[in-house]
Design a protein. Sequence first.
Length: 68
Amino acid sequence: MVDQLELQLKELVADAAQDRVQAERKTSKFGAFERRKPVKKAFPAHLPHERVVVEAPVPVPAADPIAS
């Protein structure tokens, strides 16, 4: 009886090891990588361009709440 239980235990351990190996094969491992910083390209010289300056709006003075 004890021999049968030991045999079953050995089979369960072997099955668990096989399951672990199969799980490791299914998963992909990727090494760490370093992200490249984005590079801002210069505006193409063959395209027309012009500089537009928009002036900021003049702030309107707030009404005095005490005077109301």
